[in-house]
Design a binder for this molecule. Sequence first.
Ligand code: ZN
Length: 395
Amino acid sequence: MTAAPLPTLNEAAALDRVLKLMAIPGKSGEEAAVAQFIMEQLRAAGVPESAITTDHVHKKSPIGGSIGNLIVKLPGTKRGPRRLMMAHLDTVPLCQGSKPVLQGMTIRSADQATALGGDDRSGAAVLLTAILEIMEQKLDYPPLTLFWPVQEEIGLIGARYVSPAKLGNPKLCFNWDGGSAGMACIGATGGFNIEVEIEGIASHAGVHPEAGVSAIVIAGLAIADLQQNGWHGLVIKGKNQGTSNIGIIEAGDATNVVTAQLKLWAEVRSHDSVFRQRLVDEFRKAFERAAKSLSNSRGEKGKVKFTSDLKYDSFRLDESEPSVQAALRAIRAVGIEPATRISNGGLDANWLAKHGLPTVTLGAGQQDVHTVNETLNVEDFLNGCRIGLLLATGA
Ligand SMILES: [Zn+2]
């Protein structure tokens, strides 16, 4: 069997496109300008207005936001199962002011105080490049959904709240949000957010400290308990593994008061959903034990209010899954030996999997994301575009 010839890619146009996309400010909740840019390009290329929609997921976001997900649904020019291609629109705040410049085979921000925004404008550019090449070269393609979700960086909001029906029931799904063009991510961990509110008893710290119950001491006891018993940081218990982190504590406003109020935020992650729940339970028990162990001179104790919220569930695709097979085939077709991996971070694909849409996450050149050292690897980006074009045309 001879392989079909690769569709050609206008490399200069693809590079120009990603440079422009990365220069548009658009942190989570402020994606309107970048969505506008993409919509203008789609219209100019002849994508019918009726195919271009935005939804209202931002209204379900804790931060609100200026626009919802951008979804383009096309009937295709040949038969085949519907394919979905996705990449998130937002960047982390550190990318505000990015001045992307091409230096050899690397793109970096000329402003050294900003990140670049390759996460995830490189992915956004892969989708846009695929459809623009299809229109320009009049290539045949199967039913196709292009999905640019918003607010990935603050908790996968766009992917979480999208209505799967609006995506047109795709059978194969591909997400671009990674580095190496040869790497297919076929699974990811799951995680909970934890919020703990501790209510102690206030008292004058110099006159009657014994009448107080310090919320800070309760938290301290609980944290020491978690650390000493191996439930904080990298957690390994027999064959089970996970991670946990207490990231934020807010408490107190004076040293002469026994602090009565404390709020604390933490997260736990594990690929195993049972063990993930165990981590949450160990956290809850540690804070409850700590509160019970401390009383004031009248025998009164503090209270703990503990809440946990599933940020995203873990998932793992079988290698025989059609999305995985198609992705690996496309990677091979551009001359790269593919590899698969499982992510220790949450991806939009976690929520797509939860919606019943098995999604492979691919790379398009991102490097050192969320830091001022962020770069885009041009070779991986262009290969990501070639793979995107192959997958969009049904290869
Ligand atoms: Zn990303």
